[in-house]
Structure formats: C-alpha cells, structure tokens
Design a protein. Structure first.
Length: 674
C-alpha cells in the first residue's frame, strides 16, 4: 500500500517509476550490511535509508524533467543500475544482519499499522493541498497547467521524490517483516502499478485518488490471499497483474475516449476510493471464510508431467503425482549410501568417497606449473558464494597451480557454453565445470573432453566423458532426510506444509520426489505444496496464509533452507507454536534453532564439495587414480550435533559445512569475525 501511494504521485502526474522494487532491495541490503546486528547503528542507518530513497527519487525526477528522458526509460535504467549495484556488492548473497530495533517496524503489527496509517493520511493531505491539485493538472494537460502558472518540472520532480521516500519506508517495513534477501523487492514495481490501476487511476495521468490507489493495493493483496487459500498457484500472480492492467486501461479507454478537465476529474473520482475499499473488504471477508478446498492446485502442479493419475497413497497424502525427474534406481542407491562409510581422511570429508571405482589418469600426467581453469555457473546465491571462496582458498594451498583462470556464466547457459569454448583455447591443463543446467551444457562439456581433462561437480551432465564427477550423495538423500524426520516427529494425521523454491530444477525435483515418496507411505497429510521463489517475504506470507487457513500446522518441509527463518517467524508472529521444521545448514537457521529450542533437522548439500575438484585436478595432472564418480558424504544436522556446527562469528547466510575452517583467511574471507 505504501508503494502504491508513492507510485500514485508519479502516475497521476503523467509519468512512471519502475525503479521502486530495486530501490527496496537496495535499502534492505545496505541496512543489513551497515547495521550488522549492532543495535546502536539502527537509527543512523534508518536515516541513511530515507536519504537514499529521496536521492534516487530526485535523480529520477531530474533526469526525466530536465534532460527530457521518458520516465519509462529513466526508471528502467535506474532499476537496472540499482539491481546491478546490489549484485556487484553482494554477489547475490547479502551480508550482515538487521537489528531487532530495525525489524520491529515490520514485525510488530502495531508499528506497521501506525506507519501505514501515517503514510495514508499524509498522502491524502498532500493531494488535498495545492500541490495535489497541481499534480493532477500536470498529469491531465501539461501545457495547460504550465500556462496556468503551474511549475510542472518542480511538481514532477517532487512526485518522484515522494515515490523514492515511499520505497524507503516500504524497504524498512519489508526488511523488518522478512529479514535480509537480495530478492526482497523483486517485482514490487509491477505490483504497485497494478494496485494504482486497480484503484481507478488513469495510467496517462490526471485522474484518480491516492486513497483509491492504496485501497487497490489492499484489494490486490486480498485477491492473492484468496487465490492462495483456495489452492490456486501463486505462479499466477504476475498473470493476474497483467490481466488487471490491460483490462483497467482498456475499460478506461472505452469509457473515456477524451481527456477530462481537472474539474470533471475531481468530481468523478470521489466515489472510487469507497468502491475499491468496499471491494477489498469483500475479498478479505471471502478470504476469512472457514470453507476449505479438499486439494490445492499447487499439489497437482507437483506432477511436472508425470503419469496421468496419482496413486491412492499420493491422493491420501495430498502430494499429487510423482515428478518426471524421479528415477527409482537412483533413489534406492542414494538412500543406501546414507548408511555407508566413506573412504578417506576422517577429518577431511571433502577428500572422502563412498564406494569409489578408481580410474587411471596416467595419460594426463605432466610436470608441475599447472594452469587450472574453472567454468562456474554463477555466484548468485549464498551457497555458491561460500563455495567459491573455498575453492579459491584451496587453489592457493597448492603451489603446483601457477595460474588459475575462472569465468562466471552469471546463471546463463549460452554464456557458459561460450566460456567453456574460450577456456579450452587458453592453454588450460585441466578444466573444472560447475554446469548451470544439465542437458544444455552437455555438448559443450563433450567438446571440451576431447581437448583436456574435465572435472564436473555439483550438477551433472549427460555424458561420462569427464574424468570424474564430484558431488555429495544427492537430492534424494536430502529430501528423504527431512521427510523421514517429520514422519518420526509429527503424529499420524498431522498437517505438513511443503515449501519448494522452483519447479523443473533437477536437484530440487529429486529432493521433493524423495520427500513425496516418504510422505506417501506415511499417515501424514500434506496440506499444501507451494513455490516460494526463494523469497523470504513470499515464504512468510505463504506460511501465514496456511496458518490462517488451517489454524495449526504440525510440520514444514523445505527443499532448501534459505528462507527457513522466515517460515519460523511466521509462526512466531502469529502467536502459535513453531512445528517440526526442516531447514538447512545456514547459520541464521541454526542459531534460531538453538535459541528457540526448535524441533528441527537440517539436511545438507555441503559446500565443502567446492574444494574437491581442485584436489582432483591436482591428482589427475600428477597421473594419480581418482574415483570415476566421486560421491562425498552428506551429513545431516540434528539436535545431538547442532552445537558442532554453530558459528556465532559467521554471517547469517554462511553455510556451516563449508570445510573452510582450516583454510587461509578464515573467517574474514567468508565474512566472519575473529
């Protein structure tokens, strides 16, 4: 609603602001980095956050009005600038932590309500003042307004400044609500525009009410809540927003083929706030109904193209059909590996291997002074950032490597294909590849195999030409560990919510398919399978909706634990007990677990695997045998060994199983403190 109010000022003046979502992300990331858990830094940083919002708004307004760059282009460029700056500064993994004094504004209902009311009242008073009338006149007819003595340039600059201020306030509330995330503001610019249009504001400017715009935001959120409660996939949110924008603009064009004068606009816009607010209240009332659908669309979506009809066990459990990624033989093999003893140094799990089948590498043996190359899929999340730092430190340990060349594909298949081709022509002695996707990268890896020894790790490829493929046990083991824990801890008939990041990603699909197989054999009821996009705010909202719908949840399963703390906070903020939780080995979750004495487990996909390819490359170039398939151990964190992995001096998003504690530069290089 606050972003809608800010967007209203810009749109009613005849312009657009597409930068507000990225600005929200910047505010949260900057605040977390500067506060870093220090309560004393809260108020200075809050002031800085407000100043940043004002300055970005001022820059948008100045470029649009003084340089006469269309606002669509100006704010689109600012959105890209801010997004790039966040990624450059964080690499996709924000550091630091917000203080409790900062977070109280978003987590405490009283504070957030008071701030929302204050913004609403201030916005309404602004629009009733002379400035509000000049803003509407500017949007209705810029030339006529200028001839009437309106300072059009100043009015539009101030509109952008108010939008930037609104984004700063929204960033404070969202950061408080969901914590630190590099995706916290993603898509919010479109939500704000949709809300304004839904409130009856003309996209061309000159018509509409700020109260109606804010009521439009309330209506939109109520609509999304209603869709979620009735089992319609959250993936449709963008579709709904697009339909609303097109329909509203089309309806406006049909009703009003000619522009209104400010006098007519003022007269005609008065009833709209009441009507939109009434619609919002009607949707909220519908969302609060006690009627509950038997199954959810998201449960059906988990099939990902599997057989036409789910089994009776799946129907009873509420898990839908099995994923097309499920391979029974691989599932059985991974679950069996969990109980096997790995071979190798007991204190170096990154050098251990489960059931290794050794292959000769004598054909690759050469004298020292090696040039090692690495094609990396991305460093766009905390897990990859921790691993990348560990790999660099591992390379530094081995003086045999005189040159280390690494190219980052930034999560793009086409760039990684080009990177691999480029690296094979740089005189590399060995090439490490962490594929962005499996099938698409296979031809590029095949081509590289014909020129030099290739080591693949993390995700695999559909060829056995690499000298070795390195990864932990795998996704089936991860998913089964969490699901088996819930089956053990949750009473028969208990309600479990499954939270997934994205559909169609092989490693995530195998995690879910293993969990599904476990739930199908249990007597638990999976009441929902929802996609969170890895967004903490979305995760918290989904969990809150399910709490409101079911009253009580008995367990939460997750295919990745990056937003586990947000899920826990949803229960805390609702004032209900936190159920059995499945998280991961990030420090924020482990610390929350310890502090609140949660019933929890943390399956892992250890980041220490980033050290192993470097060790493998050295062995290969020395002509030593290596496992053809190098399966690393994949421990799970339980209540019994939790203290072993707690590292209070490390950042909240640091992964405990990095195997980096003995590497040079630890803990500072990984963002920790001595």
């Amino acid at each position: 609603m606050i972003l809608a109010a800010g967007q209203y000022f810009v749109i009613v003046s005849g312009e657009f602001d597409l930068s507000v979502g990225s600005l929200v992300t910047v505010e949260v990331v900057v605040a977390a980095r500067l506060i870093d858990g220090d309560e004393a830094a809260t108020w200075p940083v809050l002031a800085l956050v407000i100043v940043i919002g004002l300055l970005v708004g001022l820059a948008n307004g100045a470029v649009t009005t003084l340089l006469r760059v269309p606002s669509f282009i100006t704010t689109l460029g600012m959105m890209l600038v801010l997004s790039g700056a966040v990624f450059l500064w964080t690499g996709g993994a924000p550091r630091g932590a917000l203080s409790q004094a900062f977070r109280v504004f978003g987590r405490d209902t009283l504070w957030s309500t008071l701030i929302l009311l204050a913004v609403g009242v201030a916005a309404a008073l602004i629009m009733r003042a002379d400035f509000g009338r000049t803003l509407i006149a500017t949007g209705d007819n810029e030339r006529a307004a200028a001839l009437s003595g309106v300072r059009v340039t100043r009015a539009r600059i101030l509109a952008f400044v108010l939008s930037g201020l609104a984004a700063a306030v929204a960033g404070i509330l969202l950061g408080g609500f969901a914590g630190v995330s590099a995706q916290v503001g993603q898509g919010l610019e479109f939500s704000a525009i949709t809300a304004v249009v839904l409130g009856g504001v003309a996209l061309g400017g000159g018509r509409g009410s700020v109260v109606a715009a804010m009521a439009g935001a309330l209506t939109l959120e109520a609509l999304f809540t209603l869709l979620n409660l009735y089992g319609i996939s959250g993936a449709l949110e963008f579709t709904v927003q697009g339909v609303i924008i097109i329909a509203a603009v089309a309806a406006g064009a049909v009703r009003l083929p000619f522009p209104l004068t400010p006098e007519k606009e003022t007269h005609m816009s008065r009833p709209k706030p009441f009507l939109v607010a009434l619609a919002g209240l009607a949707l909220l009332a519908a969302a609060c109904t006690s009627d509950k659908p038997a199954t959810t669309a998201t449960q059906a979506a988990t099939s990902a193209g599997a057989s036409a009809a789910p089994s009776s066990a799946a129907s009873a459990a509420g898990t839908g059909e099995q994923s097309k990624f499920f391979v029974q033989a691989d599932y059985d093999a991974q679950l069996a590996m969990r109980t096997k003893t790995a071979q190798g140094p007991a204190d170096k799990p990154w050098e251990q291997a489960i059931d290794p089948q050794m292959v000769s590498t004598s054909q690759y043996k050469k004298s020292g002074g090696y040039h090692l190359c690495f094609s990396n899929a991305a460093v766009n999340n905390p897990w990859r950032q921790v691993g990348w730092k560990s790999m660099q430190a591992e390379v530094a340990l081995h003086k045999e490597f005189t040159t280390f060349t690494a190219l980052d594909a930034e999560g793009k298949d086409d760039k990684q294909i080009s990177d691999i081709a480029e690296l094979t022509g740089k005189g590399c002695d060995a090439l490490i590849v962490s594929p962005n996707t499996t099938a698409t990268l296979t031809p590029a890896v095949k081509a590289a195999c014909g020129k030099l020894p290739v080591i693949v790790f993390d995700r695999g490829v559909e060829t056995d030409c690499p000298v070795t493929f390195i990864n932990p046990i795998g996704g089936y083991a991860f998913g089964a560990d969490g699901a088996e824990f819930l089956v053990e801890k949750v009473p028969a008939g208990g309600k479990v919510l499954a939270l997934r990041i994205l559909p169609g990603v092989d490693v995530l699909e195998t995690r879910w398919s293993a969990a599904k197989a476990t739930f199908d054999k249990s007597r638990l009821q999976v009441v929902g399978v929802e996609f969170t996009d890895g967004d903490a705010a979305k995760t918290k909202s989904i969990v809150s909706d399910y709490i409101a719908r079911h009253g009580k949840l008995d367990g939460v399963w997750m295919d990745a634990g990056a937003t586990a703390v947000a899920a826990v906070e949803a229960f805390e903020d609702a004032g209900v007990p936190v159920p059995a939780m499945v998280g991961e080995d990030q420090q924020d979750f482990l610390q929350k677990w310890k502090q609140n004495n949660l019933t929890a487990i943390a399956p892992t996909y250890p980041t220490y695997q980033w050290r192993t390819p470097v060790i493998a490359a050295l062995k290969i170039l020395k002509g030593e045998e290596v496992p053809k398939t190098w399966k690393l151990p994949q421990p799970k964190i339980t209540a019994e060994n939790l203290d072993t992995y707690l590292q209070p001096n490390m950042p909240p998003l640091h992964y405990a199983l990095c195997g980096c504690e003995s590497l040079p530069g630890f803990p500072e290089t990984w963002g920790g403190k001595k």
